[in-house]
Design a protein around this ligand. Sequence first.
Ligand code: C2E
Ligand code: MG
Ligand code: MG
Length: 609
Amino acid sequence: QNLTWEFCVTREEQQYNYEMRCTALSNEMSFVAILRDITKRKNNEEATQLAASVYRNSSEGMAITDATGTILDVNPAFCRLTQYSRDEILGQSFTKLSSGNHSKTFYREMWEQITTTGRWQGEIENRRKNGELFIELLTIDTVYNEDQRVHRYVGIFTDVTASKEAEKLIWKQANFDPLTNLPNRAMLKNSTAKEIARSERRNSIMAMLLLDLDHFKDVNDSLGHAVGDELLIEVARRLTSAVRKVDTVARLGGDEFVVLLSDLNEISDVNVIASNILESLARVYHLGDNTAHITACIGIALYPNDKDCIEDLLKSADQAMYTAKARGRNRYYFFTPEMQFAVTFRADLIKSLRCAIENEQFILNYQPIVDLNSGKINKAEALIRWQHPSKGTIGPDDFIPITEETGLINPLGKWIFATALEQVKLIRQTINSNFQITVNISPVQLASKDSGMENWSEQMLRANVNGSALVTEITENLIIDSGKRTQNLLLALKKIGIQLALDDFGTGYSSLSYLQELDSDYLKIDQKFVKNIEHGNEALTMCEAIIVMAHRLGIKVIAEGIETESQKQLLIAAGCDFGQGYLFSPPLSSGQLIDLLAEENTKLDQQMA
Ligand code: C2E
Ligand code: MG
Ligand code: MG
């Protein structure tokens, strides 16, 4: 009687749905056919099915409420994420999920926005049925009636707890030191910026204390790194409890810590806190089965007195710390403008030192060494000077230490050796064939592979100068700390006939056994002793003792810094072999020395005649 079917036609890539309904008429001979375009209905049906499937299968939680906020439906993901079954939650409101961690204002503003714009999106902390907190990224949309009244609210959310936690972990790793849990350098920068702003507002002082443990390496070396770590953790704990809650304690790395003291009224407060910190750190450490002792040095920079930006404050504190260290262990030191000046001066020097050799700004002066028995000059000490283009002549005490730190002593040492060699060759050839030049050698040169000292014998051979033309002057402290390399090198020099003098004797450890072990040829009594000698006094007794002892060991003695006739006479009476000092001559230029020696020769010739 009736037949209905649906079919689909594709026209110009568009799909159209039709329904054909045929009804037979009573005469059974004819029928009526009705064709209807059902494309729209089909599309709607499909969309609804799709929406329902999304709703059911989505990983996002969804909930639909009526206009009063009563939950009408939730999807399976909602139940999974909140742990409430559909039955438990239907008829409830969203407050059932509330964590209690948001303020009333938070919810009020949220609903205000929904009422005015129809939509709210944001992060909200809720609570699952088992009490566990979770963070969701929630969107609430409003569905309106035809008369624009609220019909439904639709809430869709994703659980972002895991990614939030990962974010937090990354933030923590980027801002905190994993060993001590203290803020690290990055975090310290933040805190410093905040504290600077605060002291500006309140017109108060902020102090940055840079702290470095003294000889921490020894703890690591003797007790192991695990114990070293424990010690650092304990240091962090002591530091934190030595300051107020509002202060910041950070670890920059290694054994370096920073304490930020904020909102101070008086600089003297810093003194008290720094002393307390030192005292607390110096107490004995019980680390498992071990006990350890450690102290620290602190450099202090103040805001706004010293510097006004974080990096500069740190630099100033660092300079002050450096000064504290130079003065010994277990102390604190405030930054001063003079320190700044010294640092800038030093930096300038390093820069210009690098090109000073190339630019031929160094000269060697020679100070005669006189044989006290004959009064004859048969040696001279090579003493370096730097003729700085703008600063004038700079003495070795002001730049040798820098060349030692920077390694520039090696190229400089090579130049000194070559220049002294040329000079002694000239004197030996023209004036005195037994003349000797003594050359000061830095311990750094002896310890370094790049000193070029291994080539000395070859260079002397090539220059056709006998080894006996040179004497090396080394300081006694060097020998005491020296390694195998240094000792082998000294032995090799001795082998080619270069003699050895022990410089500045009496200022260091002055060990007799080392003198003997080294097979030293000369001993130079430091000018500190010579300066003070007088009839019957202790300084003279010391000199006499040194001379007797040296002679027993077959070592000749050179007294440095002889300035007066009486000093000379006392030393001669004590049996001293050689003398050097302003009484005889100041350090001379190469030409002046040659003139002096030539003059002396002529005098001797005249006497002989
Ligand atoms: P030093 O080796 O003990 O040199 C002796 C220092 O005493 C020299 O100072 C010299 O000028 C000074 N002097 C000499 N006679 C008198 C005197 O009668 N009275 C007083 N008050 N001083 C006198 P200078 O030239 O300033 O050298 C200082 C130090 O620098 C030297 O002490 C030496 O350790 C180092 N030095 C000098 N030249 C060189 C060098 O070429 N290489 C290395 N590595 N160090 C050098
Ligand atoms: Mg010397
Ligand atoms: Mg000396």
